[in-house]
Write a protein that binds this ligand. Structure first.
Ligand code: ISE
Length: 322
């Protein structure tokens, strides 16, 4: 993801300069820097954040580094686009919020790029203009070709993959979650099996989320928002269809970077405007949204491990994030 953000900064963010590529792997940092014309490379993230020639930071390192590096950015007075999740621990998200509130200014924009995808924007519009009536349910399928890392687990399907749905469904339905259950079927092999979750919202709606990190056939994300008088469903995004030998076929992307490229570009440009103006973008996700995703993910892991419904209990939303 860091290499992809570097390319977007270099090619799709007029007004931004790719100044430093920081990676523990010096060779990797150099190859990305050379490919995208970065001015420098580094291996120490805190020192890089503090550099006077760095105005803003994109964090795309492993999940456990996201909260500490976001706090370092706030302390250094640098705005940060932090890849999701903000943390897999809600307590750590609270620490980031406390650091940000102590600084008195918004610094953290979270990389829930689905918020910038046209399909969810059309769902939000259909709900807002009354076409669907009151929202009743939202069904979500999130399928990867295979797990992104060898050590991926069923719990990580909830803490690493599902936060996209946890977050974007909150934006579409404009609600919070009240409870969650989680279930897994049994695969015939040792691969991570899908996780299917059923959530209740605080407004009495039902949300279903299937995370299948080993779907094999393609990167396939679907959603259907069901209202009391209508429904709106996401199409598979494909620019072409091939018809031949009595068959018709469209292709899937291999992973999220292709399917959501336009959303990443829109998100990153919104981040640049945030850096330039200090005005937090309207639909962007904040540290609070990172906390909200982490709380429901923690409840989801408990539900999967216990086999029982778990309540989702959140702290009161600080006025700072209203
Ligand atoms: C990955 O970290 C992402 O953020 C992708 O958008 C998601 O589809 C994938 O499941 C995650 O592992």
């Amino acid at each position: 993801m860091g290499a992809d953000h570097a390319r977007i900064v270099a090619e799709d963010m007029p007004g931004a300069t790719l100044q430093v590529v920081c990676d523990m792997d010096a060779d990797r940092a150099k190859s990305v820097a050379d490919a995208h014309g970065a001015a420098d490379v580094a291996s120490d993230p805190e020192a890089t954040i503090a550099r006077t020639d760095v105005d803003a930071v994109i964090v795309a390192s492993p999940d456990f580094t996201h909260a500490p590096l976001s706090k370092a950015c706030i302390t250094a007075g640098k705005r940060v686009l932090c890849e999701k999740p903000l943390s897999q621990k809600s307590a750590e998200c609270i620490e980031v919020m406390q650091t940000e509130m102590a600084a008195g200014l918004r610094h953290v924009m979270l990389g829930f790029m689905r918020r910038y995808d046209q399909s969810y924007a059309e769902m939000r519009e259909a709900l807002a203009n009354g076409a669907l009536g009151r929202a009743l349910m939202m069904h979500n399928f999130h399928r990867n070709v295979e797990t992104p890392a060898a050590d991926f687990t069923g719990a990580m399907a909830i803490t690493n993959s599902a936060p996209h749905e946890f977050d974007v469904v909150r934006l579409v339905l404009r609600t919070e979650y009240a409870s969650i259950t989680a279930h897994q079927p049994r695969r015939s092999d040792a691969r991570v099996a899908p996780v299917v979750m059923v959530l209740e919202t605080t407004d009495g709606q039902l949300v279903t989320i299937e995370i299948n990190n080993n779907a094999a056939y393609g990167y396939d994300v679907r959603a259907e928002l069901v209202g009391e008088v209508g429904s709106i469903a996401m199409n598979n995004v494909a620019y072409t269809r091939t018809d031949m030998k009595l068959a018709s076929a469209t292709r899937y992307d291999a992973d999220w970077r292709g399917r959501y490229h336009e959303a990443y570009v829109s998100q990153n440009r919104a981040f640049l405007r945030f850096v330039e103006t200090g005005t937090f973008p309207e639909i962007a996700s904040s540290s609070w949204d990172g906390y909200a995703a982490a709380v429901v993910a923690e409840a989801g892991v408990r539900a999967l491990q216990s086999g029982t419904k778990q309540a989702v209990e959140m702290i009161a939303k600080p006025e700072f994030y209203a």
